[in-house]
Design a binder for this molecule. Structure first.
Ligand code: IMP
Ligand code: MG
Length: 185
């Protein structure tokens, strides 16, 4: 385990098993339909790479770049779009994939952007869901793991751009969080 990680809450094996289940479900739900999987950069790239290898359908892969301002545990609600879709989706079903559904601002903003292109349908898949932190009324259609409202890293998720490459989901040690975000009362 990485020395700055306090504990692992989802193992690489659990991630792999859940991705296979989600892939089977998505394969059944989109059979015979033109599917474009849209991954939100950067956090979702590891999840989307694993997930699409369990979707046994022809699909297109596209990316949208989105970021909330600042390297902080709290999002401001302002989501900055840094890259738009490359392909057209007006005649395709879109499955939007993100790493984590937290306040919901990111997915809400990106969904509004994609709806401008009038896809045949729009659904969402997230590796992790923190329902206790939601600020907007929004649920994902496919959820890997529902977790407590703790700050997690690994499997694409970062703390100030670090730890994305950890193969498991961990909680950073308290001193690491304090060093990055400052001590909180
Ligand atoms: P939302 O807009 O608040 O739903 O947050 C979505 C984005 O915030 C994610 O795509 C992540 O980049 C980031 N985020 C939210 N919670 C965590 C976490 O626990 N660890 C790392 N990043 C997080
Ligand atoms: Mg992030």
């Amino acid at each position: 385990m990485h020395p700055e990680i306090d504990r692992i809450i989802v193992t690489a094996e659990q991630l792999a098993q859940r991705n296979a289940e989600l892939g089977r479900q998505i394969t059944a739900d989109y059979a015979g339909k033109p599917l474009t999987v849209v991954s939100i950069l950067r956090g979702s790239i590891i999840f989307v790479a694993d997930l699409i290898r369990h979707i046994e359908l022809d699909l297109e892969l596209d990316f949208i770049g989105a970021a909330s301002y600042g390297d902080d545990t709290e999002t401001s609600g302002h989501v900055d779009i840094r890259k738009h879709l490359d392909g057209k989706v007006h005649d395709r079903h879109v499955l939007l994939v993100d790493d984590i559904l937290d306040t919901g601002y990111t997915i809400k903003t990106v969904c509004e952007l994609i709806r401008i292109s009038h896809p045949l349908s729009l659904k969402t898949a997230v590796a992790f869901d923190k329902p206790a932190r939601r600020k907007v009324a929004l649920e994902a259609d496919y959820v890997g793991f529902t977790i407590d409202p703790v700050f997690i890293v690994g499997y694409g998720l970062d703390l100030a751009q670090k730890y994305r490459n950890l193969p498991y989901i961990g909680v950073p040690k308290k001193e690491v969080l304090d060093r990055t975000f400052g001590t909180r009362p």
